[in-house]
Design a protein around this ligand. Structure first.
Ligand SMILES: NC(=O)c1ccc[n+]([C@@H]2O[C@H](COP(=O)([O-])OP(=O)(O)OC[C@H]3O[C@@H](n4cnc5c(N)ncnc54)[C@H](O)[C@@H]3O)[C@@H](O)[C@H]2O)c1
Length: 414
């Protein structure tokens, strides 16, 4: 069997959802049209570990249109959309993913992707490349190129490069402007709140929301929460980001102080143990804690569980812990709340990220970069921006020859 999905009969619903995504991913659909003509991935085997969502399905179909064979698994045990996985499997794609995988299944599925002997890997969080470099080294010679989607994955890749162990070229798609300043900012901003609302239906207006981390994701979350009437506190460890948060009108303080003030806590740092058991013990009755950073380590759930038990599941994705008589609600077991209890980012913004994956993989095959982490040239960001501006029906100015000359010369002053 070429697939392991929850229920293949969910395929019709998955197809409907993919059709909805395609309608809102015009830029990527334009890239697909180009690939249908040029077939840049003919003969390539693309192994993906990405969230299996309707938007990712549009990317899968785009690579197939470009001539590739594709095998896909998830990059998080609870983010798979089972209907989408079924639809892809029914189309003949090798899919190994279901929502609620065990840790064991998660790694078995990653290895299924490696068994497929990919020539290109596409990761979101670097688990596939890590598995390749630790347990499946024999396949290193087959992989021409890796692609990485998210900040956390790129941190890991830079650490591998620094230690001299990274043996293939990997493109940091997250570093595209059309990725981290769009997907991380607008996408995480909206979908994190969407996940919290679907899990709790809590009112945001009037609440005090603590956002840990004021990077691309944190800014998006904080500023959108503010727009919905919340008072926002930011915690940071980077002085410039803390200054930015202060000047954007957020209160900035230590988590130790914020713990007793917040109604809702959102971590988006990519760091470990940002909310500890001691913080949870200081929180108000009925406080809500969740995470939208890549891994489930930002909230120290292990220590909270060790002291206060497993918590009671009051509804899907909401567990309530009795912490010294106070009810503390933790969403999605500390995993990405936007992908666990909602559907991840809206299709339009994922179109920009995935244009980066598609055009980046094409660039990588053509330019054959050396082993190491690589950033794409600015022309790719420009192309993606132009495609999306066209989809929005937006026209912009172009430099006149006089302006072009002025902006590249130094003689003319006051
Ligand atoms: N939910 C999603 O769908 C989604 C989308 C994109 C990225 N991500 C993930 O979200 C995380 C953040 O991504 P980003 O692009 O915003 O990264 P970033 O590097 O731009 O920002 C992270 C910020 O967190 C701060 N930080 C680190 N440790 C901290 C601590 N202990 N306390 C407070 N602040 C701390 C850093 O100083 C930095 O400003 C990553 O794990 C990334 O992979 C999630």
């Amino acid at each position: 069997m070429k697939y392991a999905v929850k229920d293949i009969n969910l395929a019709p619903q998955g197809r409907n959802n993919i059709a909805l995504a395609e309608a809102d991913m015009q830029a990527l659909m334009e890239v697909r049209k180009e690939f249908e003509k040029t077939r840049p991935f003919k003969g390539e085997r693309i192994g993906m570990a990405l969230h299996v969502t309707k938007e990712t399905a549009v990317l899968v179909r785009t690579f197939i249109a470009g001539g590739a064979e594709v095998a896909i698994t998830g990059c998080n045990p609870i983010s798979t959309q089972d209907d989408v996985a079924a639809a892809l499997a029914a189309e003949g794609v090798s899919v190994y993913a279901h929502k609620g995988e065990t840790q064991k299944e998660y790694y078995e599925f990653l290895n299924k992707i490696l068994d497929f002997k990919p020539t290109i890997t596409i990761d979101d969080g670097c688990d596939l490349v890590t598995e390749l470099h630790t347990k499946r080294k024999e396949l290193l010679g087959t992989v021409k190129l890796g692609m990485e989607e998210t900040t956390t994955g790129i941190i890991r890749l830079h650490a591998m490069q620094k230690e001299g162990v990274l043996q293939c070229p990997v493109i940091a798609v997250n570093d595209n402007l059309t990725k981290h300043l769009m997907d991380n900012y607008y996408g995480t901003g909206q979908s994190t709140l969407d996940g919290i609302l679907r899990a709790t239906n809590t009112m945001l207006a009037g609440k005090t929301i603590v956002v840990a981390g004021y990077g691309s994701c944190g800014k998006g979350v904080a500023l959108r929460a503010k727009g919905m009437g919340a008072k926002v506190i930011v915690t940071e460890v980077n002085p410039f980001r803390a200054l930015q948060a202060h000047m954007d009108g957020c209160q900035v303080m230590k988590m130790d102080q914020a713990a007793s003030l917040g109604d809702l806590f959102i971590t988006v740092t990519g760091d470990i143990h940002v909310i500890t058991r001691a913080h949870a013990e200081k929180m108000k009755d009925n406080a809500i804690i969740c995470n939208s950073g890549h891994f489930d380590v930002e909230i120290d759930l292990k220590s909270i569980r060790a002291a206060y038990g497993e918590g009671k599941e009051l509804r899907p994705f909401l567990k309530q812990f009795n912490i010294n008589g106070k009810k503390i609600n933790i969403l999605a077991d500390g995993r990405l709340v936007n992908l666990a209890s909602a559907e991840g980012h809206p299709s339009m913004v994922m179109s920009l990220s995935f244009c980066g994956q598609a055009l980046g993989a094409q660039w990588g095959l053509q330019n054959k970069p050396k082993p190491g982490v690589h950033v794409l040239p600015p022309e790719i960001d420009e192309k993606i921006s132009r495609l999306q501006l066209k989809a929005f029906g937006v026209e912009m100015d172009a430099l006149t020859p006089e302006q072009q000359k002025y902006l590249t010369s130094w003689q003319e002053g006051t």
